[in-house]
Design a protein around this ligand. Structure first.
Ligand code: ZN
Ligand code: ZN
Length: 181
């Protein structure tokens, strides 16, 4: 579900394929649909002093738009070329609220362009795919995983994102099976 046109719409079909592939490899039956509209984020969620969006504010705004589409086994992951934070944290790459079945991924800090590096399509797309699968894992009921290469490992920096893969480790696959989604 796109929150911005810039650096999101052009890649969103690739992310849909990647996410579905990660879920398939974990044995989770799925259908990934791309929301056909860009939903803009309320400026009420923007902190002008930090120049960042407050993640829980976005999640509750999206909940009011999407609650009629959400049912058991249906989840919404919003993607925006934005910078997000939550209380007590300098920034977050994403945030999930399993009780609302909604998550958001902030892609700006995952883009090499943000750090003055050259454009790298594959790196940006791959990082965002990992964070989408990670937040979706939370929505499905998984917590963080201690295996560095597992998509459910916690990332607090871009190098940590680069260390993980977009796949669930065998332990997390087992946990997903036990959750019986
Ligand atoms: Zn997490
Ligand atoms: Zn794992």
């Amino acid at each position: 579900m796109p929150l911005t046109t810039y650096r999101v719409l052009e890649y969103i079909d690739t992310w849909a394929v990647d996410v579905s592939d990660s879920l398939d490899k974990a044995g989770v039956k799925n259908e990934v649909l791309v929301w056909p509209r860009v939903e803009s984020v309320s400026m009420k969620c923007f902190d002008w002093s930090r120049k960042q969006y407050l993640a829980p504010c976005i999640l509750s705004q999206l909940h009011s738009i999407f609650q009629k589409f959400i049912s058991k086994g249906r989840y919404v992951v919003a993607l925006g070329y934005l910078d997000g934070y939550d209380y007590g944290l300098n920034f977050v790459f994403g945030e999930a609220n399993p009780s609302l079945s909604i998550a958001v991924v902030f892609t700006k800090r995952l883009d090499p362009l943000t750090y003055g590096l050259s454009r790298d399509y594959n790196l940006y797309v791959e990082r965002v795919s990992k964070e989408i699968v990670h937040e979706l894992g939370h929505l499905l009921g998984l917590g963080h995983c201690s295996l560095r290469e597992c998509v459910m490992s916690f990332s607090n920096s871009v190098p940590e994102v680069d260390m993980k893969t977009r796949f669930f480790c065998s332990k997390c696959v087992g946990r997903l099976k036990a959750l019986n989604i």
